[in-house]
Ligand binder design. Sequence first.
Ligand SMILES: [Zn+2]
Length: 430
Amino acid sequence: MNLKNGECRGPLIDCTEEAALKYALLERFVRYAKIWTSSDPGRAETPTSAGQWELARLLQAEFAALGIDSELSGHCYLIARIPSNLPPGIPVPETTGFLAHLDTSGDVPGKDVKPVVVDNYDGRPIVLRDGVTIEPAADAVGKTIVHADGTTLLGADDKAGIAAIVSAAAFLVSRDDIKHGPLELIFTPDEETGRGLPEFPREKVKSTVCFTLDGGAGGELEIECFNAYGVDVTFTGSAIHPGAARGILVNAALMAAHFAVMLPRTESPEATDGRYGFYCLMDSSGSHESARQKIIVRDFLRSGIERRLAALESFARAVEAAFPGGRVVVDAKPSYYNMKEVIESRPEILTRIEEAAGAAGVDLRFKPVRGGTDGARLAEMGIPTPNIFTGGRNFHSRSEWLLLEDLLAACRLTIQLAASHRQALKKDAS
Ligand SMILES: [Zn+2]
């Protein structure tokens, strides 16, 4: 390793260290996976489950044992800080954050997770309890995979991310020769319910760039997500006894049905993938007098959202024309925006990722997220936040599994990113 202007260049981890890191990752992941941290969308408080506190307190104790200071907030946000160890005279670069979420999805049982470790996987389907079958990808053959027993999810989403961040932190504090700027390790509750980030302690976070470790297969990097709008459509009709309704009744429930069939089937979630956006009817209810629908609109481009919102207005006018006396009101509100704009406003971040990936031996693949991420919300708060893979697959299912070698690559990339601050130095120097 060589040091230039305080920056570490080239791979930071040798073979012996890599073997130790792999073992540490597996040990941490299995220990975290056994803690029941399913979030509960039915509860209003943050966090929505007690297990998230248990995991946060365990991490806090682990950081204390490593000599890393941390702070646990009232809503179960854990922030650990590693100060810069750059020599005096070198400008301190911006604070870099690494972020993972404490909860696991409540869609699948998450209590009593029993992780099973398969070394030197032979490539054949793995049949678990209740007939749950895992058919791992060809890239897993000869490697180490971890899965649950078929009765629960595994929780690699996002305990693999937590294991990568804690293991990277433990490695960095053991190696003072690896120079880095100030680091923040942030663990958030209730990502899966969407309840977490509204309570995000923005004032406590010093990071001006963050990386979430909450992605899937090895090498995947997400810098782009949907723009999202939620639309409430209200239909107002005119009710009267059906026996005396001729020429008088304006049936709001029927207006709503007409509106729904005007949504283009070719632009539905079930008809689209990749970079194509959609309309999706989420809920429809009502009677003669009034009816309402909830529709979500998604697109990677703002122009795609605007086109669909304008189309919804024109469908509304068409329904009013077909039901004289009826009224249709379309009320659209943004839910989140594509984080790409904020990330691209800082092009040096992508350079930093690409250089770190090169040094860590990781082949990156950019993948657009057909949904929202914590990164999108952090981008709205002005913190560009790309999402890094963790090696987990089949998230939110009983067939969820983790490829340990991919998790190791994610951890190597985290270490390399922590130690890469040349761009920040350049910026400070200018
Ligand atoms: Zn996740």
